[in-house]
Write a protein that binds this ligand. Structure first.
Ligand code: PGA
Ligand code: ZN
Length: 422
C-alpha cells in the first residue's frame, strides 16, 4: 500500500503562460499531484530550473525536466515507502549529484518531492499541514498574509523601482478576519487609484497587485495607507516591502527614481521610510552580494524591523548559515523551488527558526494553482506567508486553502508577533 507504484510528469503552463513541470505519484492510496512555480526576479544562486532552450516557448520548455522525471527519477523512487520523505529527497539529490541540481533540474526534483509528500500525508491519513508539522516538529499556526497589492519592479510594466508593496493585516484574531480585511483594502485601493490616476492604474501585475504609473518610492505606501484608513483598519494593518534591490543594482550603485545611490544614501532612505510609515518588514533591501550593506542595515534597523532575506539566501541552508553567522538579516524567505526538495527547505527553515530568525513562506511570481505552500506555511508554524494580492486564481488558490485549513485545524492565528524581530 505504501510503496510508490508509479511516477509520471508532464509539461503544464504557469500563470505567465510559461511551461512548468507537474508530477503525479501513484500509491495504493490514490494519485497525488504537485507542480512547480517559477520566479522572474531570481537570485543567481538559486537551484537550476532546467529549460530546453531553443525557439519553442522562448527557450523555456521543460521537456528535458519532464523526461528526467519519467525516465530517471521515477526509477529511483519507485518501490519506496512514500512516507519516507527524507529518504526519497536524499535519493533525488544523490541522483542529480550536482551542487545546484543542474543535471536533472530542480524543477524535476521538486515536482517529485512535493508529490511524494502529498502521497505520504494521505498514506498516514493526515492533512498535509499536519504531516509537515510532524516532519518539522513544529506546531501548526495560521500565517499572516503579506498581500502584495501594488506591483512594481520586474513584475509590472510601470516605473516603480521597488517590486512589492504589501499590506500586512496583523491585528486580527483569525486568518479569515485578517484576509477579509485585506480584501477590503484591496478593493478600496482600486477605487482610489482609478479615481486619482485613471482606469489604466487598476491594471494588475504578475502577482495580482495594481500596477499604477507611480514613480516615487513612497507614493504606493501613501495610497495603501489611505485605503487602509478609509476602511477603518489603521490600527490593525502594517506595511511590508520587497525592494528586490538586486534588480536595480548596477555598477555598485542603486538606481532608484533616476538617482544613483550608494549604501549610505540607501540606508538613509530606509530610515526615513521607517520614521514616517508603519513598516514591519523589508525584504531584499540590498543586492544579493552587497554583504556589507546587509550587515549595516541589520546593525542600524534590525531591532526595529524584519530584514527578510530572499536573493541573499535563496532558501539554501549553507547560505542561511553564513547569513546568520554574519548577522546579515533576521528573517528567511522560504521558496521551495529555490532549493529543490521539501526536506532541504525544511532544514533551512529549521536553521532559521533555531537561530531566532523569522520565516516567511513564499510563492513565486510565476505560479500554478497548486496549494502546497499554504500547508507548508501552516505546518512549519512560521506565522507568515506571501502569495500576492487577493486577485488572480493562482494567488487565491493558496489563500482559499488557508481558509479551509483554519476551519479544520483549529490552529491559532500568528498575528503581530510573527513580524517582531527577535
Ligand atoms: P519572483 O518574485 O518569484 O519573481 O522571484 C518574488 C520575490 O522576489 O520574492
Ligand atoms: Zn523577493
Amino acid at each position: 500500500m505504501y510503496e510508490i507504484k508509479a511516477v509520471g510528469a508532464r509539461q503544464i503552463f504557469d500563470s505567465r503562460g510559461n511551461p512548468t513541470v507537474e508530477c503525479v505519484i501513484k500509491t495504493g492510496f490514490g494519485r497525488f499531484k504537485a507542480s512547480v512555480p517559477s520566479g522572474a526576479s531570481t537570485g543567481t544562486r538559486e537551484a537550476v530550473e532546467l529549460r530546453d532552450g531553443g525557439k519553442e516557448f522562448n527557450g523555456l520548455g521543460v521537456s528535458r525536466a519532464v523526461q528526467n522525471v519519467n525516465e530517471i527519477l521515477s526509477v529511483v523512487v519507485k518501490g519506496r515507502d512514500c512516507r519516507r520523505q527524507k529518504e526519497i529527497d536524499s535519493l533525488l539529490v544523490k541522483e542529480d549529484g550536482t551542487p545546484n541540481k543542474s543535471k536533472l533540474g530542480a524543477n524535476a526534483l521538486l515536482s517529485v518531492s512535493l508529490a511524494a509528500a502529498k502521497a505520504g500525508a494521505a498514506a498516514e491519513n493526515m492533512e498535509l499541514y499536519d504531516y509537515i508539522s510532524e516532519l518539522s516538529s513544529r506546531n501548526p499556526l495560521m500565517p499572516v498574509p503579506a498581500l502584495n497589492i501594488i506591483n512594481g519592479g520586474k513584475h509590472a510594466g510601470n516605473s516603480l523601482d521597488f517590486q512589492e508593496y504589501q499590506v500586512l493585516p496583523v491585528g486580527f484574531k483569525s486568518f479569515k478576519e485578517a484576509f477579509s480585511a485585506g480584501v477590503e483594502v484591496f478593493h478600496q485601493l482600486k477605487k482610489n487609484l482609478e479615481k486619482n490616476y485613471g482606469r489604466s492604474a487598476i491594471n494588475v501585475g504578475d502577482e495580482g497587485g495594481f500596477a499604477p504609473q507611480l514613480r516615487k518610492v513612497e507614493e504606493p505606501i501613501d495610497e495603501i495607507l489611505k485605503a487602509v484608513e478609509s476602511v477603518g483598519y489603521a490600527k490593525e494593518m502594517v506595511i511590508g516591502l520587497d525592494v528586490a534591490a538586486s534588480s536595480f543594482f548596477m555598477g555598485g550603485k542603486y538606481l532608484i527614481e533616476k538617482k544613483s545611490l550608494g549604501i549610505v544614501s540607501m540606508l538613509e532612505e530606509y530610515e526615513t521610510l521607517l520614521k514616517y510609515y508603519p513598516i514591519a518588514s523589508i525584504e531584499d533591501p540590498f543586492a544579493e552580494s552587497d554583504y556589507h550593506a546587509w550587515e549595516e542595515i541589520v546593525k542600524k534597523l534590525g531591532k526595529r524591523v524584519q530584514i527578510l532575506a530572499d536573493d541573499l539566501t535563496v532558501s539554501q541552508e549553507a547560505l542561511v548559515a553564513e547569513a546568520i553567522r554574519r548577522n546579515r538579516a533576521n528573517a528567511l524567505l522560504l521558496k521551495v523551488n529555490q532549493v529543490g526538495t521539501l526536506t532541504e527547505a525544511l532544514e533551512s527553515a529549521a536553521l532559521a527558526h533555531n537561530s531566532n530568525w523569522n520565516v516567511q513562506v513564499s510563492h513565486r511570481s510565476g505560479e500554478t494553482n497548486g496549494t502546497f505552500i499554504a500547508d507548508l506555511a501552516v505546518g512549519i508554524g512560521c506565522g507568515q506567508i506571501k502569495s500576492g494580492a487577493p486577485c488572480r486564481g493562482e494567488r487565491l488558490a493558496k489563500y482559499n486553502r488557508l481558509l479551509e485549513i483554519e476551519e479544520s485545524s483549529g490552529a491559532l492565528f500568528a498575528g503581530r508577533k510573527a513580524f517582531k524581530p527577535k
